[in-house]
Structure formats: structure tokens, C-alpha cells
Design a protein around this ligand. Structure first.
Ligand code: ATP
Length: 362
């Protein structure tokens, strides 16, 4: 089995009495693009700073290539960090900024210049070599910061919200620059972001954190399709949460759940078992619900249309199912137009039982 490049082994970080990271266990492999995501203050940056050597774990061990690095200073480990404000040196030009790390390592001028020019070229910046940093656009500065970190050819690059200062179009263009580089170089990226779309577009695996805890680690598809708990389901968005009590099982292998809104079927995730009488939380994706005046499936709810919002190529339809239960349904424009909905309309929401997932961690 391949050895992980990075291991967080029961890592805890306190700031005084405040617990910023709670017993983190995470393995990151060579060549992976891992995104750490979660809402503000959940401990993403602290996790990255501990890996970069800018904060020290209070407990546990961080290993790089099997070696404990807890006590190494940032400049003693090959874990460069690129962050949002880039921290480029304004008194050095583009080429000198890129050369800087090599100069600090004592590399001879001709050799470091050659390497720096190679990385400027690689990032499409050769024509800006002699420019001052203040004469560059946001996207160009971003690429200089990347070149400056990559020039030392580290095994891993840490990125803290590197695209958050860029406008939406540029950010999307930089996403493909980053993924292209990462795959070409086979280098490991650990990328902190609060943007789900960035993380899902770029990462091989995402780590979802809340209040210092890791809630789930998996591919973007896994966390979206099979969230482990209510926090992850709500964080990835587009999910409806239903609760009820297990009443039995059917021949199709589905669990029957009784709720104040009637009985419905749900699927068990691998590795979870339930018994009649157990309370369960069920997640149903907004895109898996159909709307109809004449329901034909056993899993249905009578609803009232309360509103809709346009989100790019899809429409979010908000429904009220009685007893305070709100549902959201997502449809492509063409389907939405065909439904011809209006506020206050009575309609049935229905779905296939196998689409409703019992949450493993609840
Ligand atoms: P954001 O997305 O807002 O940057 P984050 O998930 O990166 O948030 P962290 O910067 O890791 O969050 O901070 C986690 C928690 O630890 C926050 O509540 C923060 O206030 C606290 N914290 C971080 N650094 C320190 C520090 N040096 N001293 C005290 N508390 C700190």
C-alpha cells in the first residue's frame, strides 16, 4: 500500500482555551488535490498553517513522507503556502520575486535565473519578467505567486483561498490553470476554500469541516450524493431533510419510515443497519423530486408552491408540505416551464424510494 505523503494523526489545536481543531485524522497522497472546506472559523486555515509550520499542533502528530514535522520551522519543511493576499515583495520585480526562494537557498545566480525563467514561461508570464509587482493584474499576480512557490519544486503546495480576491470569470480561468499545473506536475495540492464550486470543480477529495471537526472526507461526488450527516447534507446544498421512525423493511431492500407526513421508503447507506423503532434522518436531493398533479408513486407529499428562484440553468422551486415542512425541488428551465407553476398552487411532490438516503451519522 502506498505511504501517504501527509498524515494528520489525532491533531488537536487549542488557542488558549479555544479548541480550533479537534482530533483531526487525515491522510493525503502524492499527486492528490485535496480541498479543505467549511464555513468561516471552522479551522481550515489553522489546519493548513499547522502543515505549513506557521502554527504548532497542541497534540498529535503531523508527518510528511513518514517523518514527524511538528517541531520543524516553516523554512525547514518543503510546504510552501500561497494565500489570498499573495505576499509578493513590492520592492522586487517579477523575476526577482520568483527567484527569491532559490536565492535564500544559496543557489548560484545563473542557475536560479534559468529556473525562475522556466517557471515564468510555464505560467505564461515571461513577458512580465522585468515588471514591478504593482504593474500586474490580479490574475497575473496570482500566477507570479504560484511560480514563486513552485520554483523550489516542492512535493506539496498549500493554497489558502488563493482565488477569493479575483472576479468570477478570472477565478474560473485560474481554476483550470491550477488543475492543469497540478496534474502536469503530479504535485500534491492542499487547498483551503469556503467556495463549494471551487472545491468541487478542482479537488479529487474534499474535507468538510465544521467547528474544528472533520465531518466527512470523500470525492466531491461522494459527499454530494452520500452525505454522512445533516451538517454535510445542508452544507453541500440542494438537500431536503426528513425525519421519522423505522417501521419495517420491504422486498426491494428499502426501509419504511413513518413520519407525521405519512410513510415513505428510504435506502440504507453501506455499513449502517437500523431496526424498527429507530429514529432516522433521511436526505432527499432537490433534483430527485418530481412534481405532478397525479401522483403514481408511493413516496409523495401534498404541497403548496410558495416560490421559485432562478439559479443559472436550473430553477429552485420552494414548497410547503404542511406542519412546517418545507421542500425544495430543482428542475431544468424546460421542465419548470412545462409545469406552469404559480404561487399557492396545490401539487404533489413524489420520488423513488431508493433516492431517499438514510444518513449514516445521525
Ligand atoms: P475563514 O474561512 O474565516 O478564514 P477558517 O475556517 O480558516 O475561517 P481559522 O482561521 O482556522 O478558520 O480559525 C479557526 C478558529 O480559531 C476561529 O474561531 C479563529 O478565531 C480561531 N483562531 C485562529 N487563529 C487564532 C489565534 N492566533 N488566536 C486565537 N484564536 C485563533
Amino acid at each position: 500500500m502506498t505511504q501517504p505523503l501527509v498524515v494528520f494523526d489525532n491533531v488537536v489545536k487549542h488557542f488558549g482555551s479555544y479548541l480550533a481543531v479537534e482530533r483531526m485524522n487525515l491522510e493525503i497522497y502524492k499527486g492528490e488535490f485535496v480541498a479543505i472546506m467549511g464555513s468561516s472559523g471552522c479551522g481550515k486555515t489553522t489546519t493548513l498553517r499547522m502543515l505549513a509550520g506557521l502554527d504548532k499542533p497542541s497534540e498529535g502528530e503531523i508527518r510528511l513522507n513518514g517523518e514527524r514535522i511538528n517541531d520543524l520551522y516553516s523554512w525547514e519543511r518543503e510546504t510552501p503556502l500561497v494565500w489570498q493576499n499573495l505576499a509578493l515583495f513590492p520592492f522586487l520585480n517579477v523575476l526577482e520575486n520568483v527567484e527569491f526562494g532559490l536565492r535564500m537557498r544559496g543557489m548560484a545566480k545563473a542557475e536560479r535565473r534559468k529556473k525562475a525563467l522556466h517557471w515564468l514561461e510555464r505560467l505564461g508570464l515571461e513577458e512580465f519578467a522585468a515588471r514591478d509587482i504593482s504593474q500586474l493584474s490580479g490574475g497575473q499576480r496570482q500566477r507570479v505567486a504560484l511560480a514563486r512557490s513552485l520554483v523550489t519544486e516542492p512535493p506539496i503546495l498549500l493554497l489558502d483561498e488563493p482565488l477569493s480576491a479575483l472576479d468570477a470569470n478570472l477565478s474560473v480561468r485560474m481554476q483550470s490553470v491550477l488543475t492543469g499545473l497540478q496534474k502536469d506536475l503530479g504535485i500534491t495540492f492542499v487547498y483551503v476554500t469556503h467556495s463549494q464550486s471551487e472545491a468541487f470543480a478542482m479537488a479529487d477529495r474534499v474535507v468538510i469541516m465544521s467547528r474544528g471537526r472533520v465531518e466527512q472526507i470523500g470525492s466531491p461526488q461522494e459527499v454530494f450524493l452520500e452525505p454522512h450527516n445533516r451538517f454535510v447534507a445542508e452544507f453541500v446544498g440542494g438537500k431536503n431533510i426528513l425525519t421519522g421512525t423505522v417501521t419495517g423493511f420491504d422486498d426491494a431492500g428499502l426501509v419504511h419510515v413513518g413520519s407525521e407526513h405519512g410513510e415513505f421508503q428510504a435506502r440504507l447507506p453501506d455499513g449502517k443497519s437500523v431496526a424498527p423503532g429507530d429514529l432516522v434522518t433521511v436526505c432527499l436531493s432537490a433534483e430527485h423530486i418530481d412534481l405532478t398533479a397525479q401522483p403514481g408513486r408511493p413516496n409523495r407529499l401534498a404541497c403548496t408552491v410558495v416560490g421559485e428562484e432562478f439559479i443559472g440553468s436550473m430553477v429552485n422551486i420552494h414548497l410547503e408540505a404542511g406542519g412546517g415542512l418545507e421542500l425544495q425541488v430543482q428542475k431544468p428551465h424546460a421542465d419548470y416551464d412545462r409545469l406552469g407553476l404559480h404561487g399557492g398552487q396545490q401539487i404533489f411532490a413524489e420520488w423513488d424510494g431508493a433516492r431517499a438516503l438514510i444518513l449514516r451519522g445521525e
